[in-house]
Every structure is written in structure tokens, then in C-alpha cells.
Design a protein around this ligand. Structure first.
Ligand code: SF4
Length: 150
């Protein structure tokens, strides 16, 4: 995925290999909010396999925002320190930082019933309420009616 491109367009797609090169007008440095859309899903066997036990968006991801704050993803509230003061190696050894990596879509309410759960790379933060996991940022898809919000 290439951000800050002249226009939104699909450059290359091979559904058999599950590989695609997609350009987005969006500049991820300015607009950090993500949009989950059917056209943006691109699955392959590695992604499908990873999704069986891990969170496709967050697993092994380290984000550093423009202020230097180290996060699981740019939109998340929690910071695990500033790159100016802490080594990334120490952050990825922190159990709190990595605990969401293995909360798969199968473990998350609504997503666990979604037909796209093994290809959806939503980076939403995950909250736990009474032993159940929920995504903090709700996507526009309703798995129960198979409809996308317009
Ligand atoms: S319901 Fe969950 S798994 Fe399905 S598209 Fe939305 S965020 Fe992704």
C-alpha cells in the first residue's frame, strides 16, 4: 500500500497469489484514521494463517508518531514511551505492549462472526469488558446483514 499518491488506484492485483499493489491519495502522516473497505482486502495464505491466532492489524507492529510516541497503532491512546528516551527493543519486550498482538478477530465480539475476519487488518484498539473483547473503532460493516454503511 502506497500512501500520498496522486490518486486512489489499483496498480496490480493477483488474486491467485493474494498480492496487490494499491495507491492511496491519503497521506498517512496527516490523516491517521483508517477506512475499512471491501476493495481494500487482499488476502493470501500467510495472512489467513496468521489470522488464526493473531491480530492481523496489530501483530508485530510498532508505530512511532510524529511526536516520537511509541504505540501499537497511531490512533491508540496508550503510549509506551518516547523514541527519544526509550529503546524500541525494550518496548517490544514489554508484556503490555505485545498483549494485543494475539487477540485475533475470532476473539473479538462482532468480528468473530464476520466473513472477512481472516483478511481484515483493522488496526483498531481493543478493549476488554467483563472478559469479552471489543474493537474501539467500529468499522462500517454489519456481518449479520452483510451490509456496508455508505
Ligand atoms: S466486523 Fe471486524 S473483521 Fe469484519 S470488517 Fe469489520 S473490523 Fe473487520
Amino acid at each position: 500500500m502506497v500512501y500520498s499518491s496522486p490518486k486512489d488506484q489499483l496498480i496490480f492485483s493477483n488474486r491467485i497469489q493474494g498480492k496487490a499493489l494499491i495507491e492511496f491519495e491519503k497521506d498517512i502522516r496527516i490523516n491517521i484514521n483508517e477506512t475499512i473497505k471491501l476493495e481494500r482486502f487482499s488476502t493470501n495464505i500467510e495472512l489467513f494463517s496468521e489470522a488464526q491466532a493473531y491480530n492481523l492489524g496489530l501483530n508485530r507492529k510498532v508505530c512511532i508518531n510524529k511526536e516520537g510516541e511509541i504505540k501499537n497503532y497511531l490512533t491508540h491512546k496508550s503510549s509506551f514511551g518516547n523514541i527519544m528516551n526509550i529503546d524500541v527493543k525494550n518496548v517490544i519486550e514489554n508484556k503490555e505492549f505485545i498483549k494485543k498482538w494475539d487477540v485475533s478477530n475470532d476473539d473479538i465480539e462482532i468480528c468473530k462472526d464476520c466473513q472477512y475476519r481472516y483478511t481484515c487488518v483493522s488496526n483498531s484498539d481493543i478493549i476488554e469488558i467483563k472478559g469479552k473483547y471489543y474493537k474501539e473503532e467500529i468499522c462500517g460493516f454489519d456481518p449479520f446483514t452483510n451490509n456496508w454503511a455508505s
